[in-house]
Write a protein that binds this ligand. Sequence first.
Ligand SMILES: Cc1ncc(C[n+]2csc(CCOP(=O)(O)OP(=O)(O)O)c2C)c(N)n1
Ligand SMILES: [Mg+2]
Length: 547
Amino acid sequence: MNAEATPGRERLIEQFKADGLKVMFGNPGTVEQGFLDAVDAAADFRYVLALQETVAAGIADGYARATGGAALLQLHSGVGLGNGIGMLYQSLRGHTPLVVVAGDAGVRYDAMDAQMASDLVAMARPVTKYATRVTDPRSVLRTVRRAVKIALTPPRGPVFVALPMDVLDELNSEPVLPATVPLTDVAPSPASVGRAAALLAGATRPVVLVGDGVALSGAQAELVAVAELLGADVFEVDSSEVNIAASHPLRRGQTGHMFGPHSKELVGNADAVLIVGTYVFPEVFPELENPFRPGAKVVHIDLNAYEIAKNHPVDLGLAADPRHALRALAGVLEQRLTPAQRAAAAARLDVRTRERARAELAADDDGTPMAVFLRTLAERTGRDLIVFDEALTTSPLVTRYLPPERPGDYHLTRGGSLGVGFPGAVGAKLAHPDRLVVGFAGDGGTMYTHQALWTAARYGIDAKFVVCNNRKYRLLDDNIAQYWRERDIAEHPYPGSFDLAHPEIDFAGLARALGADGTRVEKPDEAVAAVARMLAHPGPYLVDIQI
Ligand SMILES: Cc1ncc(C[n+]2csc(CCOP(=O)(O)OP(=O)(O)O)c2C)c(N)n1
Ligand SMILES: [Mg+2]
């Protein structure tokens, strides 16, 4: 053995650090004990404890989203991995580069089928891009490097490595080297860009559909340039980051996650469709027929080639980086648009600009406690804050007062797992300790992962939390109402399982029980004082707002 050899459990930490992974979120167990001992002894490496694996995964996910890099998550064997799977599912759908590790008792026990034994790789596979188990002490770091590379290569996503205790106890002399993540800043060829421009240039009702691939490549400015040149409405599809500023007049909002016919209504009249960094369409109940009108020209740009033409044919698919592709496309459109086409595009932009101004004038100042809270928060902070939005049915109000404008200032829950908002805010605050971070969640969503407040209190992570408390699973009410309408079922009381009114949950008391603090807002005038108290409080603070 090489003179420099060290126990694998220690060398593994050096490998994580070489890739900039210096914080590990997790929840421990006995089969990870040697490794966690080494974690405590390691310099410049930090363990952040969460009390339930869903919470650990949610904090890691929020941290990765807020830093734009990978995050490290440790789970305990099959039971801990099992608890984390719902949250890992949303990381997979949202393309979060999470590096997930879990211990097992050891390769030497494989034949015993003993207590805690489970097929970790099989469990992790459906919620990860790559799942494997290290079985030889000469390939621990090699495997972890590969996992990091896969997590960070677009389409990004979670990866899983099972680490048997006996393999980590062996001496290890593998080189510690950063993973090589291949550059994907690829532009399409001029000929391909020319084809895209030819398909889009003549449109009179163009639409652009954007998702988080835009934010990942930093293509927001290039996207706006193309949308303005085309005079195209921009819809966000499966979008959870700031892909286009909320204030841009061409931005028409999200197509939604539930009902295909709704999305079809928004885009079905377009004669040209440019899809960038997303997929068509993400609803739970999508249209099975092609939602675009016959003859519409469809161009799809994405680094994620799997999503191009996944469900419906496109005229041109470009597996390319959105920023480079859109920049090239804007250049060609500048050249080839006729004066008449430019004038028509400018007129479409003008219509949207005037509509937007009228809508802003018409918006009444909703005087509910939540509206007063949001308006006061926006005024007091000059909207200089990071919002983590799992407000669900209250989200439209949140984004009306705190519109997602700058990349990195807003993260929306994604993937459909509840409980993302509060852990996400903790992760974002850890990533940006100097910014104000406010997580919004429904009363339902809060109860999946409220333990995040304990982690925030333990480590002095001064995030703020707002419970949008309507005492129900309101989204489920809304969705079943749609189900009744579609089937001509007469309205009747919502299922009792959607109601949370009894017994009442004392969220501020819950925050105090977990080492944080909080208050409850029932009337509009209490909302103003609650903002002041929340901002002045030197630590995690929860505001329970009655809707
Ligand atoms: C882990 C998980 N369990 C259950 C659901 C189903 N579900 C979707 S929305 C919802 C209700 C959310 O209620 P709340 O957070 O209070 O927000 P509201 O709808 O009231 O605005 C539920 C239970 C889910 N998406 N994820
Ligand atoms: Mg609710």
